[in-house]
Design a protein around this ligand. Structure first.
Ligand SMILES: [Fe+2]
Length: 265
């Protein structure tokens, strides 16, 4: 039987980089923890095909923070695609993150899969919302390419994750989003960030995957803001052209003295 090889995708999320490389988020120097993740990725660089960055790449929305990101990622020499989160500045990102192997395209095909990246950010708000034009664009993309397994990426989770404080800032119009996905059986995967923890659920044949941050981790199942002692991480995915996939979360051995308080997030 002919062996069909998969493409290997890395999902990096919620890096919260700042203009200053020394600045910390809740006690963790985010540039340093992200650097540790990049070094780990270099160890299996030969297997990797693509980076997918799913929002909150910056913690302060500055051009300098995106410059830092571009510098750190460039050492991997991998095609990279991104979408914004609630801490990002979309206009500045679009200007800065569109150089060399980093693309601002939001729909592309690779390895027999179709990828669609959505902007769920709302200016000045923590929560997510898909605007009318974004929903219409999603519908159009899905109706245009129906014969390829499709992965959708979005910053905010379209489900509650059993954590009262975090669930207040999930995607506010999930019903509209899910109603579109229900029309297109080629949709296999939805990837998101924002929750700084691993998460998995399934709905109507679609798998939904949440991924740890490359900096601080939130405590799963907590009603109030709480940090988890788990170390920074990222997600690896092998996507096969027949629509099947494998995925797992990797963590890096990065230890720090977290500030266990909500101030600053
Ligand atoms: Fe977020």
């Amino acid at each position: 039987m002919k062996q069909v090889s998969p493409i290997t995708i890395v999902q990096l999320t919620d890096m919260h980089l700042f203009a200053s490389e020394q600045q910390q988020l809740l006690g963790i120097p985010t540039t340093d923890s992200f650097h540790t993740v990049i070094e780990r990725l270099k160890e299996f660089r030969e297997e990797l095909d693509l980076l997918l960055l799913t929002g909150d790449l910056s913690g302060d929305g500055t051009a300098q923070s995106y410059g830092n990101l571009q510098n750190l990622m460039s050492s991997l020499f991998l095609p990279s695609y991104w979408l914004p989160g609630n801490h990002d500045d979309f206009a500045i990102m679009s200007e800065m993150l569109n150089l060399g192997l980093v693309s601002r395209r939001k729909c592309f095909e690779r390895g027999g899969w179709n990828f669609i990246l959505l902007d769920s950010s709302v200016a000045g708000k923590e929560h997510g919302y898909l605007r009318r034009e974004t929903l219409e664009w999603l519908d159009l993309q899905l109706s245009t390419i129906v014969d390829k397994p499709t992965a959708i990426a979005i910053h905010h989770p379209p489900f509650k994750v059993n954590s009262r404080w975090l669930d207040k800032s999930s995607l506010q119009n999930s019903e509209e989003f899910l109603a579109i996905l229900d029309k297109y059986p080629q949709v296999r995967l939805v990837l998101f960030g924002h929750i700084h923890q691993e998460f998995y659920t399934q709905r109507r044949g679609v798998d939904y995957l949440g991924t740890p941050s490359t900096c601080v981790q939130f405590q799963p199942g907590s009603n109030k803001f709480a940090l988890d002692r788990k170390t920074p991480g990222f997600r690896l995915m092998k996507l096969y052209p027949n629509g099947t996939w494998e995925s797992w979360v990797e963590r890096v051995p990065y230890y720090f003295h977290a500030v266990f308080a909500a101030n600053g997030y």
